[in-house]
Write a protein that binds this ligand. Structure first.
Ligand SMILES: [Zn+2]
Length: 315
């Protein structure tokens, strides 16, 4: 909304005083009625913007390239969170170092919501080697992310009943776009030879992505980035790459590339590019793939860039 203010000032000269008062009042109302929302990851920040539009002002704590597993809230984050009227986080222990802060805020009566809360447990993936923990990277599957969008929509409606129609309309339109994106991604992955649809990356951020788009996923570091890959795993993966003649493996935007570079050297396979894992890219940076244009700072850009990078390198 701030963008509208200078324009408003420029045209004030040619308006009668009463109209000026009305316009200023509308401008103030729009500011005053905006709901202050705070979100953790860039994916959630984008989702809230898509659904909320001008009715919400959303502040994201984590920027592009930030790893949510390791993220420790700064003092300024605590201030942002305490000013927010609604707080959204991913949940399923993605923000491992923020859990205590969220439960404290919740006990203090602050509305704190995990966007993954409404997802049926049967749709979640349980990692093989970690017990009592669901894989938190649900945004990899546009249809599961759509559940999170529905969750955000219902929560915003509850807090701002007057905006219900706006939230419903925007949400419906956005979910339709995600449906089309899902179909686009599947069509593209199908162009990779079936036995080459194998995605090897730093950590297991792509289990849902792989399941949604028909790629077998091999992560080197497990579902969190807190621990480094053990040597035995690296040797196994090098063998696996050689046996299956995997044409490329991938580094991730929010994880150190050291292990993947080492595997690339040891196995002789190339690094196929950088995938976005636990964060979106730079807002406003555009890429075009297969006739579609993507803003890398959006969730649609996350899917578009990752699909295109994988398809280009594995074909
Ligand atoms: Zn992760």
């Amino acid at each position: 909304m701030l963008n509208h203010v200078p324009r408003l000032h420029r045209c004030l000269k040619c308006l009668p005083p009463m109209a000026i008062l009305i316009l200023l009042q509308i401008s103030c109302d729009l500011h005053a009625s905006q709901i202050r929302v705070v979100a953790t990851t860039t994916m959630i920040t984008d989702a809230i913007q898509q659904v909320g539009g001008d009715r919400v002002s959303v502040e994201g704590l984590m920027g592009p390239g930030v790893d949510p597993h390791l993220y420790k809230p700064a003092a300024s984050d605590v201030i942002k969170l305490s000013r927010g009227e609604i707080i959204f986080y991913n949940g399923l222990l993605l923000e491992g170092k923020m859990a205590a802060l969220f439960s404290r805020l919740s006990r203090q009566g602050k509305p704190v919501y995990a966007v993954t809360e409404g997802i049926k447990r049967s749709q979640l993936i349980k990692p093989e080697n970690v017990s009592g923990h669901w894989d938190p990277h649900v945004w990899g599957d546009p249809r599961l992310w759509a559940e999170c969008i529905r969750n955000i929509t219902e929560t915003l409606k509850r807090h701002d009943a007057e905006g219900s129609d706006t939230y419903d309309r925007r949400s419906k339109r956005y979910l339709k776009r995600l449906d089309e994106l899902n179909a686009w991604g599947k069509r593209n992955v199908e162009t990779i030879q079936a036995n080459k649809r194998i995605l090897i990356t730093s950590h297991d951020a792509f289990n849902y992505f792989g399941k949604a788009f028909g790629l077998k996923v091999v992560g080197v570091q497990g579902i969190s980035t807190v621990t480094e890959a053990p040597l035995a795993d690296i040797i196994n993966i090098v063998d696996f790459i050689k046996t299956h003649q995997i044409p490329a493996i991938f580094v991730e935007s929010s994880v150190s590339p050291a292990t993947i570079n080492r595997i690339s050297e040891d196995s002789g396979t190339s690094v196929g590019g950088e995938l976005f894992s636990d964060a979106l890219g730079t807002p406003g940076l555009m890429e075009t793939h297969d006739g579609r244009s993507f803003d890398l700072g959006t969730y649609e850009g996350w899917i578009g860039h990752n699909i295109a990078t994988v398809v280009r390198s594995l074909q």
